[in-house]
Design a protein around this ligand. Structure first.
Ligand SMILES: C[S@@+](CC[C@H](N)C(=O)[O-])C[C@H]1O[C@@H](n2cnc3c(N)ncnc32)[C@H](O)[C@@H]1O
Length: 312
């Protein structure tokens, strides 16, 4: 199923959902309440609500632009659908407030929307000049500029190494701190220049030298690993037996965590022993889908622990 890009009256909110048919298909036996933890433009939520009348959906996003766009996109399904401005780490508390206990499923399409990547003022991209911000929720938390200023050169290098898996992290951190000391680190393009100074301009496999550094800083600014852990905990704690959890990740640090979660055999049956990837056609149509990996788990109906006890 090819879906048109979301392009609502939110100026320029454009996002093409990845692996849309595969995600939708994963919920073919589901009825009841499903959480979409990454509403974005509402693409996955829309497909689920449209195809499955027995599903109701609570969607969340930490980006107010996404909440606005998804609310409009899903308005035709009210009261079956609702969208709220909440980060992964706040969803459990919000469910408690709403009196929601267990859920029938959860979908998360991690990472950035094309809207976030394309909006220069969000500072996510090294292709457009913008402030060193990088927050998915610009109303709270530390910006990338503040993070770079606060961290020591050594800690900055550790962030770039751990979250960007960047082997040139020490050289990069030194060049970033030098640029900051000279007053030459105001924008995304300044940051890219500092990385190029450290690594040289060569593109490896067509990938810009600044890619890993930008990924690392964005992940640190948004505490993405801790956020993902909170969401995986929520899926385990809240999914009913038979409930479906579907995670799309875009890089190995996320995918490894999702994979590790679904290895907990007393909680999950792995529906996708190997991650699903986008078809050649989807990859040709939507380059963002090239690094997407979908893993789906089904909450065991009866824990293996219970099965073991029964056998004794
Ligand atoms: C790839 S987009 C989702 C697109 C959506 N599935 C669609 O089809 O339109 C990812 C969204 O997840 C949101 N997001 C990422 N991390 C989040 C977090 N920790 N809490 C809440 N939202 C988050 C981003 O703000 C972004 O809007």
């Amino acid at each position: 199923m090819t879906m048109p890009a979301t392009n609502l009256d939110e100026p320029g909110f454009t996002h093409v959902s990845v692996l849309l048919e595969e995600v939708t298909q994963a919920f073919s036996e589901t009825s009841g309440l499903v959480i979409d933890a990454t509403a974005g433009g509402g693409g996955h939520s829309y497909a689920l609500l449209k195809r499955y009348p027995n599903i109701s959906l609570l969607a969340f996003d930490r980006d107010a632009d996404a909440v606005h766009a998804a609310s409009q996109r899903l308005a035709e399904f009210a009261p079956r659908a609702r969208v709220e401005h909440v980060a992964f780490s706040g969803i459990s508390a919000r469910l408690d407030e709403l009196g929601v206990g267990e859920i029938s499923g959860l979908v998360a399409d991690l990472g950035l929307s094309s809207h976030q990547l394309g909006a220069a003022e969000r500072g996510m991209s090294f292709r457009a000049e913008g402030p060193l911000d990088m927050r998915m929720d610009p109303t709270r938390g530390e910006t990338a500029a503040e993070l770079i200023a606060r961290l020591s050169q050594e800690d900055l290098a550790d962030v770039i190494y751990d979250l960007g898996e960047e082997r040139g992290s020490r050289r990069i951190a030194r060049c970033i701190k030098q640029a900051l000391a000279r007053g030459e680190l105001e924008t995304t393009l300044d940051l890219r220049r500092a990385v190029v100074k450290a690594l040289g301009p060569r593109r490896i496999g067509g990938v810009d030298p600044a890619t890993r550094t930008f990924q690392a800083l964005r992940m640190a600014v948004n505490e993405e690993i801790d956020e993902l852990s909170a969401l995986l905990d929520l899926a385990r704690a809240r999914c009913l037996p038979g409930g479906i959890a579907a995670f799309i990740s875009f890089h190995s640090l996320e995918d490894r965590r999702v994979k590790r979660e679904f290895m907990k055999r007393d909680f999950w049956q792995r529906i996708t022993p190997k991650p699903l990837v986008a078809s050649d056609a989807e990859q040709a149509e939507n380059p963002r889908s090239r690094s997407a990996k979908l893993r789906v788990g089904c909450r065991q109906s009866q824990s293996l622990f219970e099965l073991d006890s029964e056998e004794e």
